[in-house]
Design a protein around this ligand. Structure first.
Ligand code: ADP
Length: 204
């Protein structure tokens, strides 16, 4: 199963992706996590990405396209993967389509989680408070200024992906404001329906 999760920062993509990972045994590929790992490791990519990430901007398409292209070839992706935070621009979506086509990989679903902006700001504030309470380190881009920039980058560069995938007939939009378990149930219903329709298509 190969899935894309779309939605603004704080929409719950990571939370839902983790749950599906457990259920379906496929990895969650978060470009944010991969880039943060590159920053921690002090690699060349990490050095190039750090400043733009801290400010809430987007890392260049070339860098993330390359990271994802290499990642999906690894053995743990043989049964599929969940992309979380990628693609984030229309050029990334086009590069991904081409990349998957070359590898003979087919996308099963693109799921967008819709949430309102007020809720997003509250969720990020909660995430910061919980991290501090647990004695963890707050992400360097989880501050009001960078968060505003992340939201505006989302609206300007990522939101157009909804129309892009809608035109391809692949988009499913779900209510990300619902209870976490209800969102999981709604996603599973989409995936089961999808599995059913490809099974029936295969029988024809
Ligand atoms: P968020 O909670 O904002 O969705 P992520 O962990 O997905 O955070 O991403 C954190 C940062 O990593 C982004 O603000 C951006 O700088 C960078 N990043 C992650 N994925 C991409 C991508 N596909 N394209 C460009 N930049 C990305």
């Amino acid at each position: 199963m190969r899935l894309i999760f779309l939605g603004p920062p704080g929409a719950g993509k990571g939370t839902q992706a983790k749950r599906l990972t457990d259920k379906y045994g496929i990895p969650q590929l978060s470009t944010g996590d991969m880039l943060r790992a590159a920053v921690s490791a002090g690699s060349e990519i990490g050095k190039r990405a750090k400043e733009v990430m801290d400010s809430g901007g987007l890392v260049s398409d070339d860098i993330v396209n390359q990271i994802v292209s290499e990642r999906v070839e690894q053995a743990d992706c043989a049964n599929g993967f969940i992309l979380d935070g990628y693609p984030r621009t229309v050029p990334q979506a086009k590069a991904l389509s081409e990349n998957l086509r070359q590898k003979d990989f087919v996308l099963d679903a693109v799921i967008e989680l819709k949430v309102d902006q007020e809720a997003l700001i509250r969720r990020i504030e909660n995430r910061v408070a919980e991290t501090i309470a647990a004695g963890g380190t707050v992400r360097s881009d989880d501050n009001p200024e960078s968060f505003r920039k992340r939201l505006s980058e989302y609206r300007e560069k990522t939101a157009p992906l909804s129309a892009y995938y809608q035109e391809q007939g692949e988009l499913v939009v779900l209510d990300g404001m619902a209870d976490v378990d209800d969102v999981t149930a709604a996603i599973e219903a989409v995936l089961e329906k999808d599995a059913g329709s490809s099974a029936s298509a295969a029988r024809i």
